[in-house]
Design a protein around this ligand. Structure first.
Ligand code: SAH
Length: 511
């Protein structure tokens, strides 16, 4: 029987674990309590702020015994900002917490017993001396607002709210960002640009986005606006060029303003970017390298945010694919073709599928840029495109779109169930699952494990230091594979007959 827990009362709590969101977990009279800003190992006085049926939430009032895993956050607004949930915890412990999170999800949600036995490695950032690893992100998005004096500022929404805390530097981003945001805010004030107000839906300027090729120094700045047109473009470009010149003078860097884009988002939503992007200066992309593969990246395309870790992540996907040069491979959720091109160098053929048309345009250009000729990319939802192509493979005269190896790298919501069904039917010999969300990974693995696939290896890669997100690469193999290759396609005889009556010379097509 749980004694009643009262809101606003203060209780002593030992923090025993961390939640998937980075909250400390403890117990009061048998009831689970979640407490922000605590670390596993803390003993604390906690004020209860919300009580639900089986759990409650508390606010840290006083640390009575600090955990040995605590460290001083580098960022002065770490606690308010809500972005870096783990800055008060040592990096070594952070990596352990993330490993436990992945294994916990695989156990709890995936029903995998003892997942530790498959774990090969956990890759945290290599160089963590002097907090040098902190400025790892190549992409940042800054909400724009007004401070109490009506001046334009950028900052961060306080965790779970929509009020802006002014911050003139975010320490997980590049040092050039401060120069860019200062410049844009001054341009807005000097030219009376109206700042977007979420409450009323009025005003123009919403967000400033920056993306930098860490290897090339190429910088893209995107302004997100609530309107069809950005006024005073020339003044903006002059300002941005001045900001970059000033930065280069102060820091002695090779950052170049390569592209300026305007993204139109007139919807009153939490989604930062709208559907339309226009370029107002320079190129329509920036370029960067991962290893020796060159990529062009446009404003709407996904690109991994932590260049120091990305190559290792893709190398792991490639290692698990274990290609010999003879395989056909699918790269599902392929973005700008990053993993596809890594795979293509070692495969006979790579098919890629991605929902963002601009990203597929980039992927095609990227293949050409690297003189890679054995890739083919499709635009659309993976679950629709792959399913249709798989069905098409049963038709005489059609290309066989099955694959020896399938790589999936879905967004946080994981794979669509229809896609998992098609993959099971396709029966690739190997499946490599690259995941940025252990919970949906575990949910999808459960389905795959019930259908012919066995778990072989797990590798964990920290792409997102100081926050709770974590990347996992999984290797699965297919129990159903015959020694001589694909399992037989279940041919739909009705479709086949219909097709045969229309096509005369392909009846010997043999799958
Ligand atoms: N593998 C790429 C991209 C991974 S991010 C890389 O490492 O760079 C996930 C990608 O899936 C994004 O590019 C996103 O646009 C795309 N996506 C989201 N939903 C999709 C769907 N239903 N079908 C295909 N692609 C989708």
């Amino acid at each position: 029987m749980i004694d009643e827990i009262r809101k606003n009362e203060i209780y002593s709590v030992c923090i025993e674990d961390m939640s998937d969101e980075g909250l400390g977990i403890g117990h009061i009279n048998g009831m689970t309590v979640f407490v922000k800003d605590t670390a596993v190992g803390d003993e604390a006085e906690v004020r209860i702020v919300k009580v639900k049926k089986n759990l409650c939430f508390g606010r840290l009032e006083k640390l009575t015994v600090p955990s040995k895993f605590r460290c001083e956050p580098v960022c002065p607004v770490a606690r308010q900002c809500g972005g870096c949930t783990l800055q008060h915890i040592t990096y070594e412990k952070e990596v352990e917490i993330k490993k436990d999170r992945v294994l916990g999800c695989l156990k709890r949600i995936g029903g995998i017993e003892n997942p530790e036995q498959y774990l090969e490695e956990v890759h945290g950032m290599d160089d963590i001396s002097e907090n040098s690893f902190m400025r790892y992100r190549n992409k940042m998005q800054f909400p724009v607002g007004l401070d109490k004096d009506g001046k334009t500022v950028t900052g961060f929404y306080a965790g779970r709210t929509h009020s802006i805390i002014p911050v003139d530097d975010c320490i997980i981003g590049h040092t050039v960002n401060k120069y860019i945001t200062d410049g844009v805010c001054k341009w807005a004030d000097d030219n009376n640009i109206q700042i977007y107000d979420e409450q009323s839906g009025k005003g123009l300027l919403r967000h400033i986005l920056t993306r930098i090729g860490f290897k090339t120094g190429q910088l893209m700045v995107t302004l997100v606006i609530n309107g069809s047109k950005l006024p005073l473009k020339d003044e903006l470009i002059d300002t941005l060029n001045r900001s970059v010149a000033e930065y280069s003078k102060d820091i002695d860097s090779d950052i170049k303003l390569t592209s300026v884009a305007v993204n139109i988002n007139k919807k009153n939503t939490n989604k930062i970017m709208g559907d339309k992007t226009v370029y107002i200066y320079g190129e329509q992309y920036i370029e960067d390298y991962i290893g020796d593969v060159k990529f062009r990246i446009s404003a709407d395309s996904f690109y991994q945010v932590n260049p120091a870790q990305t190559k290792m992540l893709y190398d792991k996907a490639l290692e698990y694919a274990a290609l010999t040069g003879k395989e056909k491979v699918w790269d599902m959720y392929c973005g700008i073709g990053t993993i596809s091109l890594f795979l293509a160098k070692k495969a006979e053929k790579v098919f890629g599928v991605e929902i963002v048309p601009q990203a597929i345009e980039d992927a095609e250009k990227n293949a050409a840029l690297n003189d890679i000729k054995n890739t083919r990319f499709f635009v659309g939802k993976a679950e629709d495109v792959v399913t249709e192509l798989y069905e098409k493979s049963k038709m005489p005269g059609e290309e066989d779109y099955r694959a020896d190896v399938v790589v999936v790298d879905p967004p946080r919501k994981g794979c669509d169930e229809k896609l998992l069904e098609t993959i099971v039917k396709m029966a690739p010999e190997k499946l490599v699952y690259v995941s940025c969300n252990p919970a949906t990974l575990a949910r999808d693995l459960k389905i795959l494990l019930e259908h012919d696939f066995s778990l072989k290896k797990i590798s964990i890669h920290d792409q997102f230091p100081r926050g709770m997100n974590i990347e996992t690469v999984i290797l699965m193999s297919n129990r159903n594979i015959k020694p001589d290759g694909y399992i037989k396609l279940e041919v739909n005889t009705e479709e086949l007959d219909a097709a045969k009556s229309g096509i005369s010379d392909t009846s010997s097509e043999d799958f």
